[in-house]
Write a protein that binds this ligand. Structure first.
Ligand code: HEM
Length: 427
């Protein structure tokens, strides 16, 4: 086996398969060999160059002209004719949003749409997030056992995402189905017989996004980031295009919601697995902000992202040809001991925790990072105050949707003794 530049492919590189096995079980651990021996390698299975060290991943994020984000929302697994026909039937045409837009179009659009993400604008959402978390905890606090994903961690980020975007909060279950299909369509490897069902839901998601957009256009005075874009469109039609609005309507729901739900699930699981740290944040909530950052570093919800080389170039001493596709594994970067001391340890006082690459880096860095941080922080504040004796149900198996990029357990069972709830003893 050789790479597109004619170099031999090592046995480890040939064995790399991000859809099953070690990468699904422990993504950063499964790539330790690469960080140590072959930090840039070609994966014949994937047809991508895989980048695993911190400095390289950051350098690729930083140079968005050599390494274009144009392929970020492309299907990582090409579909067969039947599934493609289904997508065509729904006029599916996911185009450029922000995350996959090149310069010079990207920056003016990003700047034009930034205001709703500024701290004062985000502050308006905080009371709603707090109220939602309290209400959800109220529903299960006297029960002693809960599955946190279904009962809270999925629905709240979805509600907040829809509220932020300005989308009416209906059809939540349908959106959940659509979001899973979007993840599999973009970052998964569905078997040929599954592809048609995935394509059906992706096509319906696209149609749904179009309908919501048409409805918003009837009254764009309502609050919401999408309405904000619609209102700007007449002033800057070349920057806020129809294709942008339709694509963002669909991609934005997933960007704002799935990412945050998975990150919150990872964080709670991780802290409960490191009981002493959980107890420390219960005793001193001022530790929560950095704990959130450390959980995002250790187990972020976006574990790998993509770029495509726009010219012949090199990463380290490995030549990447023009058109070469890159899988940049940010979770591997976050566990690179060349940058983070004892990277596999969870250290809520880690001084450089916020240098993690879970939100990307550079001109495309996540615009919603502060909204996500706020949500995870509030989940932790409320749970550590109201159910500090919370623990994981022992011996549960954690399952993950097989894909390269979005990661978090599908279920998280927790238990506690309601008789010991502080608010009973201490009303
Ligand atoms: C971009 C991760 C939450 C909106 C990104 C990127 C990543 C990411 C990796 C690409 C960065 C790059 O190419 O350098 C995450 C994670 C989240 C999260 C891990 C939760 C923990 C959110 C939320 C929103 C959002 C809540 C919206 C409310 C965006 C947008 C971009 C983006 C608009 C595109 C920015 C650009 O290309 O200029 N995010 N995200 N994200 N994210 Fe997030």
């Amino acid at each position: 086996l050789t790479s597109p530049t004619g170099c031999p492919v090592s046995a480890n590189a040939a064995a790399f398969d991000p859809f099953t096995g070690p990468y699904q079980e422990d993504p950063p651990g499964s790539l330790r060999w690469s960080r140590d021996e072959e930090p840039v390698f070609y994966s014949p299975e994937l047809g991508y160059w895989v980048i695993t060290r911190y400095e390289d991943v950051k350098a690729v994020f930083r140079d968005n002209e050599t390494f274009s984000p144009a392929n970020v929302l492309e299907k990582i697994t090409p579909f067969g004719d039947e599934a493609n026909a289904v997508l065509a039937k729904y006029d599916y045409a996911m185009g450029r949003t922000l995350v996959n837009e090149d310069e010079p179009a990207h920056m003016p659009r990003r700047r034009a749409l930034m205001e709703p993400f500024t701290p004062p604008a985000l502050a308006h959402h905080e009371p709603m997030v707090r109220r939602l978390v309290r209400e959800h905890v109220d529903r299960f606090i006297d029960r002693g056992k809960a599955e946190l994903v279904d009962e809270m961690l999925y629905e709240i980020p979805l509600t907040v995402a829809l509220h932020f975007l300005g989308v009416p909060e209906e059809d939540m279950d349908t959106l959940r189905k659509y979001s899973v299909a979007h993840t599999l369509n973009t970052w998964g490897r569905p078997a040929p017989e599954e592809q048609v069902a995935v394509a059906e839901n992706v096509g319906k998601f696209w149609q749904y996004a179009g309908k919501v957009l048409d409805k918003m256009r009837e009254d764009p005075s309502q609050p919401g980031w999408m309405q904000y874009g619609i209102r700007l469109q007449p002033e800057m039609p070349d920057i806020i295009t129809d294709s942008y609005l339709h694509s963002m309507m669909m991609a934005g729901i997933v960007a704002a919601h799935e990412t945050t739900a998975l990150a919150a699930t990872n964080a709670i699981k991780l802290l409960l697995e490191n009981r002493t740290l959980w107890e420390e944040i219960c005793a001193d909530p001022s530790l929560i902000a950095n704990a959130v950052e450390e959980c995002l570093r250790h187990s972020g919800s976006i574990i790998a992202w993509r770029r495509v080389a726009t010219k012949d170039t090199k990463i380290g001493d490995i030549e990447i040809p023009e058109g070469g596709k890159l899988l940049i594994v940010n979770t591997s970067a976050n566990h690179d001991e060349r940058f983070f001391d004892e990277p596999d340890e969870l250290d809520i006082r880690r001084e450089n925790a916020s240098d993690h690459l879970s939100f990307g880096y550079g001109s495309h860095q996540c615009m919603g990072k502060n909204l996500a941080r706020m949500e995870i922080q509030i989940f932790l504040e409320e749970l550590t105050t109201r159910i500090p004796h919370l623990e994981l149900v022992p011996d549960q198996e954690f399952t993950y949707l097989p894909n390269t990029s979005f990661r978090g357990p599908e279920r998280l069972w927790v238990q506690w003794d309601p008789a010991k709830n502080p608010e009973r003893t201490n009303p």
